[in-house]
Design a protein around this ligand. Sequence first.
Ligand SMILES: NC(=O)c1ccc[n+]([C@@H]2O[C@H](COP(=O)([O-])OP(=O)(O)OC[C@H]3O[C@@H](n4cnc5c(N)ncnc54)[C@H](OP(=O)(O)O)[C@@H]3O)[C@@H](O)[C@H]2O)c1
Length: 241
Amino acid sequence: MRRVIVTGGGTGMGRAIAEMFVSGGDEVYVLGRRREPLERVAAAHPGGRVVPLPVDLTDEEAVLAVAERLSEAPVDVLVNNAGGIIKENPVDTRGLFDLYRRTIDANLLSAMMLTQALWPAFRRPGGRVVNISSIAAHRGGGDAYAAAKAGLCGWGIDLARRGGPDGITVNTLTPGYVQDTEFFTEEGRSSRHDTLAAETMVGRAGTPDDIAAVVGFLASPEASWTTGQVLGVNGGALPGH
Ligand SMILES: NC(=O)c1ccc[n+]([C@@H]2O[C@H](COP(=O)([O-])OP(=O)(O)OC[C@H]3O[C@@H](n4cnc5c(N)ncnc54)[C@H](OP(=O)(O)O)[C@@H]3O)[C@@H](O)[C@H]2O)c1
């Protein structure tokens, strides 16, 4: 039984990723700000193998505290999935500065801080880090969101270099449009659903399970020679990425 940590594990892709690991017999810690979605995942899997840990990953002290708790035993897998677009329209430049900062905190620094705080606890060899970036890292989208997601890709490569000698792998996914999450709306769909689905080669939007399947491989022992990669999972919407 591996010890797996999934940030943003209460909804959307994070929930599907958490459930994929639980179904495989792992113990999964799900992190997010709201307690209720995390507890819903735990309730769907009685037996205590899903542990809800409410935390705001942009809060440095909270990150250190949760990492201390999680470091009580070796960490096998960390999936840095938490993030999203902050839906606000600032009225002035100072408001825009604040939005930039919060977007980069939520999508980039959250992952960097938690990973660094957990780093000594990773299983050596065998530890796995998977970052969830976005297709926006390659083609833009969301302004500071695209910048933050591109940052994850570069940071992930340096982290892979650091982990290599210890047998820890680090890879970053750049998903395209995935429905059935809270990313766009509570209903789980973009207002551009048909256009985004038609952009793909397979003619459909992605699902959280499509992403979980790739995370499952990257977290497996068989993926020990796959590291330092940025991998597009987008139904062919952006070929070669
Ligand atoms: N859906 C897409 O089309 C798409 C495409 C490419 C990339 N992505 C990325 O995929 C990841 C998962 O998104 P999703 O589509 O599954 O949407 P989602 O359902 O909105 O999931 C995002 C999760 O992140 C958590 N989160 C956000 N800020 C946090 C913070 N400061 N501290 C702790 N947890 C935080 C949220 O929980 P709380 O609100 O409770 O904190 C939520 O569970 C995100 O990083 C997103 O940017 C999504």
